[in-house]
Ligand binder design. Structure first.
Ligand code: NAD
Length: 358
């Protein structure tokens, strides 16, 4: 059996830090496990274009493993060429890099390690909300420059206490963000999701559901995006929706870059309609050097909390998703049923309700 893994390169860091399991060098700890059973493992970060390792090797691979941090984009076209492909394993959470409808049509299973990095991301979301609301990044940049002008920072620095914070998507990550915000004494915690939170869960964080997206964003000082990328969420936060945001609101997106319209977000930050935007996900990864989200600033020179895609790939998270990916692989090899919560598509249909209302 041929297993193809598309991972990011770790270079020196991966040699020095073996816990960087999600790298090309450390191979999710899978090589010995697979080769001792006579299987072939091909690992690469080379994924773009018809001559890439990914596009050449996928043709006869039976298993594809990839991470959302450096995804091998499995398009319909590639699925049609991948005649042996049976299962795609996401080492992490979020399987939008696979054309899920095409996978369904071809009977390919898509499984991810559900829950493996949801705390890692929720912590990053809370950090990003705080660094935007408190105007942290330009304050730190000022210090590095050797300057000291408190008023230039304080003019756009606020407390999170007393603000309205809402999550677009209240699944594993969205709910954990709400839980972590409780001690901040926000004015209100809101959520927008077609799936209502169980009553006890909503009550324990005192979260109110808003059923119209426009009304939801118009009530929030801070919006955090925590839903998967699918047909119903691609470009959901666009120029039209941004008009409904409160002037000066903050937006945090650690879900998927393509949920927010790249140019509309840039325009909203640069005009000051949004005071800031932060996150770690980009519409293409790695993001091109000239991607506007790298450098956009609000009119006062702050409001950018963008980082590379790493919130869900802390060393703690890597240990969990490497173990989980191996378990999915073991189940596949031994014919054991997969843990239901890990299945995204299976048997020609969606096994989760999180990828859109169907
Ligand atoms: P989850 O399946 O537990 O929850 C997703 C929630 O989004 C569900 O409640 C679903 O009903 C809701 N949803 C779907 N479509 C919606 C829509 N149109 N409007 C409102 N709500 C909608 O998933 P999760 O574990 O919370 O992860 C969510 C997403 O976060 C993942 O799919 C992935 O894209 C992203 N993620 C990012 C990182 C990172 O490192 N940045 C890591 C993990 C996950």
């Amino acid at each position: 059996m041929k297993v193809l893994a598309i991972l990011y390169k770790g270079y020196e860091a991966a040699k020095q830090e073996p816990r960087l399991l999600g790298t090309v060098e450390n191979e999710l700890g899978l090589r010995q496990f697979l080769e001792s059973q006579g299987h072939t493992l091909i690992v690469s970060d080379d994924k773009e274009g018809p001559d890439s390792v990914f596009q050449k090797e996928i043709v006869d691979a039976e298993v594809l493993i990839t991470t959302p941090f450096h995804p091998g984009y499995l398009t319909r076209d590639l699925i049609e060429k991948a005649k042996n492909l049976k299962i795609c394993i996401t080492a992490g959470v979020g399987s939008d890099h696979v054309d899920l409808n095409a996978a369904n049509e071809h009977g390919i299973t898509v499984a991810e390690v559900s829950g493996s990095n949801v705390v890692s991301v929720a912590e990053h979301v809370v950090m990003s909300i705080l660094l935007l609301v408190r105007n942290f990044v330009p304050a730190h940049e000022m210090i590095e420059r050797g300057d000291w002008q408190v008023s230039d920072i304080a003019r756009l620095a606020f407390d999170l206490e007393g603000k309205v914070v809402g999550t677009l998507g209240a699944g594993r990550i969205g709910y954990r963000v709400l839980q972590r915000l409780v001690p901040f004494d926000c004015k209100e915690l809101l959520y927008f999701d077609y799936a209502a939170l169980p009553e006890a869960a909503a009550k324990s964080v005192n979260a109110r559901r808003v059923e119209s997206l426009e009304e939801f964003v118009s009530q929030c000082d801070v919006v955090t995006v925590n839903c998967p990328l699918h047909e119903g969420t691609r470009g959901l936060v666009n120029a039209d929706l941004l008009k409904h945001f409160k002037k000066g609101a903050w937006l945090v997106n650690t879900a998927r870059g393509a949920i927010c319209d790249k140019d509309a977000v840039k325009a909203a930050v640069e005009s000051g309609h949004l005071s800031g935007y932060a996150g770690d996900v980009w519409n293409v990864q790695p993001a091109p050097k000239d991607h506007p989200w790298r450098t956009m600033k609000n009119p006062l020179g702050g409001g950018n909390g963008m980082v590379p895609h790493y919130s869900g790939t802390t060393l703690d998270a890597q240990a969990r998703y490497a173990t989980g990916a191996k378990e999915i692989l073991e189940n596949y090899l031994t014919g054991k049923p997969q843990t239901p919560a890990n299945l995204i598509v299976a048997g020609g249909t969606y096994a989760t309700k999180a990828y859109g209302q169907r």
